[in-house]
Design a binder for this molecule. Structure first.
Ligand code: HGY
Ligand code: MN
Ligand code: MN
Length: 435
């Protein structure tokens, strides 16, 4: 759907009766539309790569709203932005809530953005209802969650936790050969200063992220929101096959070392493997480039990505190992050279059981059946979960579509998510709650 359609539909079908507890559907819709305009693509999607001018512009816009709402705003050396609402007792560990606003190359308007805007909507709601938190409340906009440019995701959140040392980033280059340091330098940052963004996570009592589900489960359950029971881990591989470029016309078929034919066999087999390991395992080849990429040249070299996910580390690792073994088998048989690099790894994210129980109570209190579901998608929350009690809410995705301009969640469902998030955070922000 083109942006006007998505966002017109967003507000047009909204019943203002859902404007409860200080929530304003019109304010959320206007802000989502304003961000959607930044990096809009010809087909009405979003293109705001990490460290791009578009991501920076969108972060600046949200930071201006945070300042207008009376928050003190800062950004760290990796480009994460934080808006702080001081609590009555600043000595207590704080509660953080947030997500990301960078996108995949032709993404939608809700992935990450909804979580950031709802984190800010809390402050607006609490101003209207006179709620003052005992603990400090901090909104986070994590930079480069998608990792679109360098195929390493969660750069902002993983740098904040210390899970991603700057040295692992310095050697990266994008598809145009641009180095990571030079790209972040253009964004006004220096990878040398990234370590200063690492945070003492004992300052955080809890982390909460609201995100669109990006799947079909809540729609099938006919529920507006769900409670995330765990976040799939992921392994990223980069594979290069080297054959022999040669003339497409004069080279007999049995005399070829065609890297693309072997790559095709491997890609097809990758799609068949996950079900042999678990019902939640998935594997995707999302990027593939052919060299020299001439219609009359036998492909000499092929590069492709493999994105592997599962909720359990053991099956995730076994699937990854099987994919590498299969690729080795196929390339040996075809006389093709294989280079395989593991470029990213994020362990499965475990949410906090006590927080989940509190979420269930809150959702039930809204008259909605609490429903727990795993996240097949990765989120900044999975970087923080090993260090800080963490919880996530999901908002229903229309037709389960995401990473696509047609990504859509209804404003009604967002209003329900806002009320659940507000009630949940108000519990966490009281001094008496220890998790
Ligand atoms: O890839 C993911 O799961 C997320 O969208 N970064
Ligand atoms: Mn995403
Ligand atoms: Mn996301």
């Amino acid at each position: 759907m083109a942006i006007a359609t998505v966002l017109d539909a967003f507000l047009a079908s909204y019943d203002r009766g859902h404007d409860l507890d200080g929530f304003s559907g019109a304010r959320l819709a206007a802000r989502l539309a304003a961000i959607a305009q930044i990096g809009i693509t010809p087909d009405g999607g979003s293109a705001r790569m990490g460290f791009s001018p578009q991501e920076a512009e969108a972060k600046d816009l949200v930071c201006s709203w945070m300042e207008e709402a009376g928050l003190s705003v800062r950004s760290d050396t990796v480009g994460n932005c934080f808006g702080r609402l001081p609590g009555l007792d600043g000595t207590l560990p704080l509660v953080m809530c947030g997500s990301h606003i960078d996108t995949v190359p032709a993404g939608g308007h809700f992935d990450g953005v909804l979580g950031v805007l709802l984190a800010l909507e809390m402050v607006e709601m609490w101003k209207e209802t006179g709620f003052v938190p005992e603990r400090t409340y901090e909104i986070a906009i994590f930079t480069d969650e998608e990792g679109t440019r360098f195929n390493v995701g969660f750069v902002g959140s993983a740098t904040m936790t210390g899970a991603l040392p700057a040295d692992e980033l310095k050697g990266l280059s994008d598809q145009d050969g641009r180095s990571f340091p030079s790209v972040v330098k253009q964004a006004g940052l220096s990878v040398e200063n990234f370590p200063e963004a690492q945070r003492d996570l004992s300052e955080l009592a809890a982390f909460v992220e609201v995100h669109i589900e990006q799947g079909l489960v809540l729609e099938q359950q006919n529920l507006p929101i769900g409670i995330v029971s765990g976040i799939c881990g992921l392994i990223g591989l980069e594979i290069t096959l080297k054959g022999m470029a040669s003339h497409a016309g004069s080279t007999p078929m049995n005399y070829r070392r065609d890297a693309l034919v072997t790559a095709g066999r491997i890609v097809a087999e990758i799609s068949a493997l996950p079900s042999q390991f678990s019902t939640t395992a998935v594997a995707t080849v999302g990027q593939l480039t052919v060299f020299p990429n001439g219609s009359n040249v036998i492909p000499g070299e092929v590069h492709f990505s493999v994105d592997i996910r599962d909720i359990e580390t053991s099956s995730l690792e076994k699937l990854s190992a099987r994919i590498v073994a299969m690729a080795t088998e196929f390339t040996d048989r075809d006389g093709i050279e294989l280079l395989c690099n593991r470029v990213s790894f994020a362990p499965p994210g475990a949410v906090n059981k006590q927080l989940v129980a509190k979420q269930e109570e809150i959702v039930r209190g809204l008259g909605i059946e609490p429903f727990k579901l795993p996240s097949g998608a990765g989120h900044d929350a999975m970087q923080i979960a090993p260090h800080v009690p963490t919880a996530m809410f999901f908002v229903r995705s229309k037709d389960g579509i995401s990473h696509n301009p047609s990504e859509f969640s209804s404003l009604q469902d967002c209003a329900v998510a806002a009320r659940a998030l507000s009630a949940f955070l108000r519990t966490l922000l009281s001094r008496t709650n220890e998790f």
